[in-house]
Design a binder for this molecule. Structure first.
Ligand code: PHE
Length: 344
């Protein structure tokens, strides 16, 4: 018995393991219920009484040595551990959730695509603008209500000179002004972007939304050109059977001005709740660029004329997808966004 214990003591002294599995095998071999040391313990009964003390002490030493050695080896692995311990590297990865395009982006791209086929290029400008580009050069009278606090977010207001007020742009027509300031006709641009208006947030209004405005300036541009381009747009966007109608309207920067309706794409013009039983829904504002606007940017209004139009991307998206609550567009609710997974 003593010889057996001494042999095991020597063995335990020299054990090594190069990975956790080997170490576990050693633990089972020496320290488990059916391991070598427990077997010796079981045989302890047969040891003659006079040897019991010596054998008992040796057995205890062996057990402690084995436990210490295995604990030391374990610690060695753990200190080498590079953070992967406990991570099952063979396990398959979590399913990666692919994001989806935002409905406003889908519709914006669709609108851009239609107009780019007609030769429009994209122009962009700052969202934080000055009064000069948002109002003054667009022929807004100094006391025009749109300049009022109710509509406009002011970043810096300048009491001596309102044209120096710094504001959040209320429409992307400001980008058109910048384009007219910096380039010579022909100009054919599309200005997509976010705009801000100081309105109470509800299911049908928000303090920011998205617009796409268009501008075309050249020699002999007429209202007929505008109407034809908008008819083509409506048919491409809402279907070949779509009709348009133009109603006279007013904008400071266009003369004449109009608002455009399309035949309701939900009931096909027969009348439904969406179109308030009129068969028509308004989608954009448009008109011929006011000569004052051309002149303010150094374009000779006797040689050149132009048209402009502007639409809200949220409105067009609502018409296409009947989103009842405008706030859904900015809440990032993935259940809502997921509905557009197959929309492009
Ligand atoms: N800028 C106008 C708006 O924000 C839209 C518009 C653009 C109307 C161009 C006419 C011509 O409401």
């Amino acid at each position: 018995m003593i010889a057996k214990i001494d042999q095991l003591l020597q063995e335990v002294e020299t054990i090594t393991a190069s990975n956790a599995e080997e170490l576990e095998a050693l633990r089972i071999k020496y320290l488990s219920k059916k391991g070598a040391i427990n077997e010796l313990m079981a045989d302890f009964r047969t040891v003659p009484a006079e040897q019991k003390k010596e054998v008992g002490m040796k057995l205890n030493t062996l057990k402690t040595k084995a436990q210490e050695k295995i604990a030391a080896l374990k610690e060695q692995f753990e200190s080498q551990d590079n953070g992967c311990e406990g991570i099952d590297l063979t396990r398959t990865a979590y399913p990666m959730e692919l994001g989806t395009r935002h409905p406003l982006t889908i519709v914006k791209n669709e609108i851009i695509d239609i107009f780019s086929r007609l030769g429009f290029c994209i122009a962009e400008g700052p969202e934080v603008e000055d009064d000069l580009h948002v109002f003054t050069k667009l022929n807004f009278a100094a006391d025009h209500p749109a300049r009022d606090m109710q509509d406009t977010f002011f970043v810096e207001s300048n009491e001596d000179d309102v044209t120096k007020n710094i504001i959040l742009r209320t429409h992307t027509s400001s980008v058109q002004v910048r384009a007219m300031d910096f380039s010579k006709p022909p100009i054919r641009i599309l200005c997509p972007g976010r705009v801000y208006r100081n309105e109470a947030i509800s299911y049908r209004a928000h303090c920011f939304f998205h617009q796409i405005e268009g501008l075309y300036i050249d020699k002999n541009v007429s209202f007929t050109d505008l109407k034809q381009v908008l008819l083509l747009f409506a048919k491409e966007m809402f279907g070949e059977e779509t009709k348009i109608r133009l109603r006279p309207s007013y904008f400071p920067f266009t003369e004449p001005s109009a608002e455009m309706d399309i035949s309701c794409n939900i009931c096909g013009g027969k009348g439904c709740n969406f179109c308030k039983h009129t068969g028509w829904v308004e989608i954009l504002g448009c008109g011929m660029v006011d000569p004052n606007v051309l002149e303010a940017s150094g374009i000779d209004s006797k040689i050149y004329s132009g048209y402009a139009f502007g639409m809200g991307v949220e409105r067009i998206t609502n018409l296409k997808y009947q989103v009842k609550d405008l706030r859904m567009f900015s809440e990032n609710d993935t259940r809502f966004l997921k509905e557009f997974e197959n929309a492009y």
